[in-house]
Design a protein around this ligand. Structure first.
Ligand SMILES: [Fe+2]
Length: 186
């Protein structure tokens, strides 16, 4: 067993592994000679499934007679995160990052960007329920109100207008508590 070489990914496919007992991702890996393309099984970490774009670099380890695996990948994109941080991303063939999840050292998480904040259901429900309650109170007041007037149809002087005595109150609903400071979104 040992490191055979560092190669460059030129393509990939999901196919049966050497033992034909399970599906694996097989990488087409180029070494120093561009004509020397080898099919090598990708061996990733548990709980992960990542498919490298062509151009990614792999370390190929020889595990025994004619059994090699690619165990490490570098997509050749420029590193960005600071010490202790982690970013998970997808990317296109031109090396542009697409979907991103950043776990940052200030305890925040950024999902595809940081321009806005995520919101939590409980806070929204509290605010919505308050708004609904306030609205329903206003509806009740509106439905119950009567107009005080001294007008008599077709006779006498015009009636006297006066403000209703069954008034509503401005809502106190507030969604600010639903804001999650530590989770940022686009
Ligand atoms: Fe009225």
């Amino acid at each position: 067993m040992g490191i055979v070489a560092i190669g460059t990914v030129r393509g990939s496919e999901i196919a049966e592994n050497k033992d034909a007992d399970e599906k694996s991702r097989l990488l087409q890996v180029e070494f120093t000679n561009a004509d020397d393309l080898q099919t090598i099984e990708q061996l990733g970490a548990t709980g992960e499934d990542s498919n490298p774009q062509p151009g990614a670099r792999v370390i190929v380890i020889d595990l025994g007679p004619s059994y090699r695996v690619a165990v490490a990948l570098s997509d050749e994109l420029e590193p960005e995160v600071k010490a202790g941080e982690k970013e998970i991303y997808s990317y296109d063939g031109a090396g542009a990052k697409l979907a991103t999840i950043k776990l940052l050292s200030d305890s925040s998480i950024e999902l595809n960007g940081d321009a806005d904040n995520a919101v939590a259901f409980a806070g929204l429900k509290t605010a919505f329920d308050q708004l609904k309650s306030d609205f329903d109170s206003l509806v009740s007041a509106y439905n119950a109100h009567v107009h005080a007037t001294t007008a008599t149809v077709s006779t006498g002087s015009p009636g006297v207008l006066s403000a209703t005595v069954s008034t509503g109150s401005p809502t106190t609903a507030d969604i600010d508590p639903a804001k999650i400071d530590s989770i940022k979104v686009p």
